[in-house]
Design a protein around this ligand. Structure first.
Ligand SMILES: [Zn+2]
Length: 111
């Protein structure tokens, strides 16, 4: 069962508001350049780089497929500024998890 979201998120940019006055971060539009006719996705992030990285992270999570290198286009939302291409690289990091060993007899072998 999922825990309820207690952070009071902004319905527009999805950032925590903590029940205080809030200013949304910068709106960007991001599109996958490797997908023909890919639609622009609106994302609120501080920088174009953050928007590009979040776009790829959310797309990877949605299809459970982890591409390590993607090229996307980013443009400021609501402006006529030209889109800029960004290369997004995914770096896999190892996760180490310790569990109590089932066989504790192994300890005696050391002595
Ligand atoms: Zn907001």
């Amino acid at each position: 069962m999922a825990l309820p979201d207690i952070l009071d998120r902004c319905p527009k940019c999805d950032r925590p508001r903590f029940n205080r006055p809030h200013t949304c971060t910068t709106p960007w539009e991001v599109r996958d350049l490797e997908e023909d006719g890919g639609e622009w996705t609106l994302l609120y992030e501080p920088t174009a780089e953050d928007a590009a990285a979040r776009f790829v992270a959310e797309d990877n999570a949605a299809c459970s497929e982890y591409t390590t290198w993607r090229t996307v286009a980013v443009r400021r939302f609501g402006e006529t500024a030209e889109a800029v291409a960004y290369e997004v690289e995914l770096e896999m990091t190892p996760i180490y998890t310790a569990r109590r060993a089932r066989n504790q007899e192994i300890i005696n072998r050391e002595n």
